[in-house]
Design a binder for this molecule. Structure first.
Ligand code: ATP
Ligand code: MG
Length: 263
């Protein structure tokens, strides 16, 4: 879809948006990462953010989540709660899976019985077993830890979830399972999400809209609505979309940069 149409849609949704980033600029150690970043995240909308390594995706996500103060611009959050899922699971090693998943609820003051019941429900939802709840992170596989990290995010019933390359470190088959899990959880719980990824197929699978950042200055070089609904797109259409896009000059920078990294 043309950039203009998408821009119009953004403006239209600004009133009901969950998150608005307005003219955000940031620099680390005096080096500018980006100067004028704007984003409107609608209710129930999943926006994928792609761009070459080092272009500023994590920085944007950290600013959006309030983990980093931007050097300029404003962040408007119209929601109660958010959660973050990082590339690595970041579970607390001295806590069981149950307590890790329930951690945010404990901090929020949810009584033990309720938070354990919620943790258990979320654990089963992400494909963990009852037996896994009493295990410590060291006793879980990498994939199970990442499932627990997703369950921990879902447990607090967030309105917005920030995903920073959450499935990059898991193998391809499980990645697909976890993507589908996020899609079905988003449908059930109606959260909005900002989903950083290097994987265009992942973006096309999970998101409603794609934002592409430039390698050099974190500028938005394109954004487009992804046809169909997440969860309703079949593998063939996802493959065809990615295949079609990968021949566009716009994505050359992205693919070339990734090829250089993996070479
Ligand atoms: N805490 C920090 N202190 C100093 N510089 C930082 C910090 N975090 C990021 N940077 C720099 O800011 C730039 C953007 O980094 P960022 O992590 O946002 O990129 P990214 O797009 O997420 O990359 P990747 O795809 O590799 O995760 C890089 O040049 C990086 O070195
Ligand atoms: Mg990053």
């Amino acid at each position: 879809m043309a950039q203009k149409d998408t821009a119009q849609e953004n403006t239209a949704s600004a009133e009901t948006a969950k998150l608005v980033l307005q003219n955000i600029g940031h620099a680390w150690l005096g080096r500018t990462v980006f100067e004028h970043f704007d984003l409107v995240l609608g209710k129930g909308e999943v926006v994928a953010l792609v761009g070459p390594s080092g272009c500023g995706k994590t920085t944007i996500l950290q600013i959006a989540a309030g983990l980093v103060d931007p050097r300029k611009g404003r962040v408007h959050r119209h929601y109660r709660r958010h959660a973050v899922v990082f590339q690595e699971p970041r579970l607390l090693p001295w806590m069981t899976t149950r307590d890790n998943i329930a951690y945010g609820l404990k901090v929020g003051g949810t009584p033990k019985n309720s938070r354990h019941a919620i943790a258990e429900a979320r654990a089963l939802e992400v494909g963990l077993d009852h037996d896994d709840l009493d295990k410590y992170p060291v006793q879980l596989s990498g994939g199970m830890r990442q499932r627990a990290a997703v369950a921990r995010a879902l447990a607090v019933e967030p309105d917005v979830i920030f995903f920073d390359e959450p499935f990059t470190a898991v193998d391809v088959g499980l990645r697909r399972v976890l993507q589908d899990l996020v899609i079905s959880a988003a449908r059930r719980a109606h959260f909005s999400a900002l989903f950083v990824t290097h994987d265009l197929a992942e973006a096309v699978r999970v998101a409603h809209r794609l934002i592409v950042l430039s390698a050099h200055d974190g500028r938005i070089i394109d954004q487009r609505i992804i046809e169909g609904e997440p969860g309703a797109r079949d593998n063939r259409s996802i493959f065809d979309t990615v295949e079609g896009w990968s021949h566009e000059p716009l994505f050359a920078e992205l693919f070339d940069a990734d090829r250089r990294v993996s070479a």
